[in-house]
Design a protein around this ligand. Structure first.
Ligand SMILES: Nc1ncnc2c1ncn2[C@@H]1O[C@H](COP(=O)(O)OP(=O)(O)OP(=O)(O)O)[C@@H](O)[C@H]1O
Ligand SMILES: [Mg+2]
Length: 426
């Protein structure tokens, strides 16, 4: 049988991987040791040139299905891992057939939740993780995606200005529809509740989660958050024609939540005395797009919101409100953002880490200013912060692996292991 690799962007070094060997026998000359979540299938990470990929061994039909769904999710810009390709026709040297593989791009700077807990997390982290999960489910439902297996294990988390941004990692059970019925949404939410409850009890049994954490309350909190957000994003609003400002207000409320409005359906009644508006919200990432348009920085939504706030205060402090926003943004980028981030340890200067560092500095400045009863300078703050803060272990390991140089003179993959990488990166 011929080995077949179908990939989105041809990645020649994919061919050099040992496809004739079962995935669980790939050794550390090929794989990169990075944290993985729980799974039924075998998953391994490999580095090809600059990027790290996740390879999952699974049945061929499932690999194709998941690949197509991930492509669809990409097309509608939903937060999910990026598909790369499917490898079929694998055969061991002895001639026996091996399962197909789905290859996805490893979501950089992401952590599975179990890994975070095994490193110890602050008590207030759990509500923020489940909150991110509720936001993810809402975004997917808005795009017409039925997940079928929403859980913490099937999600990856990235830090985002002190909060978390959640990404779908396992699309195996998903279905993409034009719109979801209330029944489909409820079913998905019920599955999420069941999975989440089990995962929380499991964390508690393993001693990773404080016994005082009320799993029931957390799970119900997810549903409430989901319902509130869903209502805010989709509900029709009625008002009289002398309250037309409510149209603007609704749009800015939606933008404030990080969503852009795709269409606004405005209907007035027969005598023109009242108006009904029904927004169609599809695109999450409002602040992210605004920041990217102004500065070229591509960061997480909450990070973007934070950076834009700082850009606004910079504009106001220097009285530049009448200036060209792109020029002001460029000044802020080159006079504030970049020089401050350049003071951070090198492994924290990647684009996503830089935004998180900037957020931490703004928090630290707030704390120092409170203590000194006066506004502290951001550069002073940075000096103080980096002198006293040990680099977070989690950030260091993940960032160091991601910052590894290209492989040289190797058939395309690199021998790397977290411990080795750590030494290289620091
Ligand atoms: N592209 C990726 N980026 C980062 N991590 C990934 C990626 N793909 C897979 N993983 C890691 O591998 C784990 C298992 O992946 P996945 O959930 O797809 O496997 P599975 O066997 O289908 O799971 P299940 O047991 O739910 O069926 C994930 O939790 C995640 O930690
Ligand atoms: Mg899974």
């Amino acid at each position: 049988m011929a080995l077949r690799i179908l990939a989105i962007t041809p990645q020649p070094s994919l061919i050099s991987l040992p496809w004739h060997v079962p995935l669980d026998e790939w050794d550390d000359r090929v794989t990169v040791s990075l944290p993985r979540g729980l799974s039924r299938h075998i998953v391994r990470f490999v580095r090809l040139n600059r990027d790290v990929y996740a390879v999952k061994e699974t049945r061929e039909a499932i690999a194709w299905r998941e690949y197509r769904l991930l492509r669809d999710l990409r097309r509608i810009r939903a937060p999910a891992v990026e598909p790369v390709g499917v490898v079929t026709g694998r055969e061991a040297r002895g001639g026996e057939e091996l399962e197909a593989c789905l290859v996805t791009k490893r979501l950089s700077a992401s952590m599975p939740y179990r890994e975070m807990f095994s490193r110890g997390v602050r008590p207030d982290t759990m509500p923020r993780l489940v909150d991110a999960l509720a936001v993810l489910l809402t975004k997917l439902h808005l795009s017409g995606f039925f997940w079928g297996d929403c859980s913490l294990s099937n999600t990856l988390f990235r830090r985002s200005a002190g909060e978390f941004a959640a990404y779908l990692v396992d699309a195996e059970t998903g279905e993409l529809h034009h719109d979801l019925s209330d029944g489909q949404r409820t079913y998905d939410l019920d599955t999420a509740k069941g999975n989440l409850f089990g995962e929380l009890l499991d964390l508690q049994a393993g001693g990773f989660l404080d016994d005082g954490v009320d799993a029931h309350r957390l799970v119900n909190g997810v549903c409430e958050r989901y319902e509130t957000l869903w209502g805010e994003l989709t509900v029709a609003e009625d008002f009289t024609t002398d309250e037309m400002w409510r149209i603007e207000q609704r749009i800015s409320r939606l933008n404030g939540l990080g969503f852009d409005v795709d269409e606004l359906d405005i209907v007035t009644d027969w005598d023109g005395a009242s108006v009904r508006i029904q927004p169609k919200v599809v695109d999450a990432g409002h602040h992210r797009r605004v920041l990217q348009g102004l500065t070229g920085l591509d960061v997480e939504e909450n990070q973007a919101r934070r950076l834009l706030n700082d850009l606004n205060s910079f504009t106001a402090t220097l009285g530049l409100q009448q200036g060209d926003p792109a020029q002001v943004a460029h000044r802020w980028l080159t006079e504030i953002f970049e020089p401050v981030v350049a003071m951070a340890p090198p492994e924290r200067q990647t684009p996503l880490e830089a935004a998180e560092v900037f957020h931490e500095l703004l928090e630290h400045r707030w704390y120092l200013s409170e203590r000194a009863s006066q506004e502290m300078d951001l550069f002073e703050t940075a000096r103080d912060y980096f002198a006293h803060q040990p680099t977070a272990q989690e950030t260091a390991t993940v960032a160091a692996v991601e910052a590894l140089p290209d492989s040289v003179g190797d058939p395309g993959h690199l021998v790397a292991d977290a411990a080795e990488t750590d030494a290289l990166g620091r």
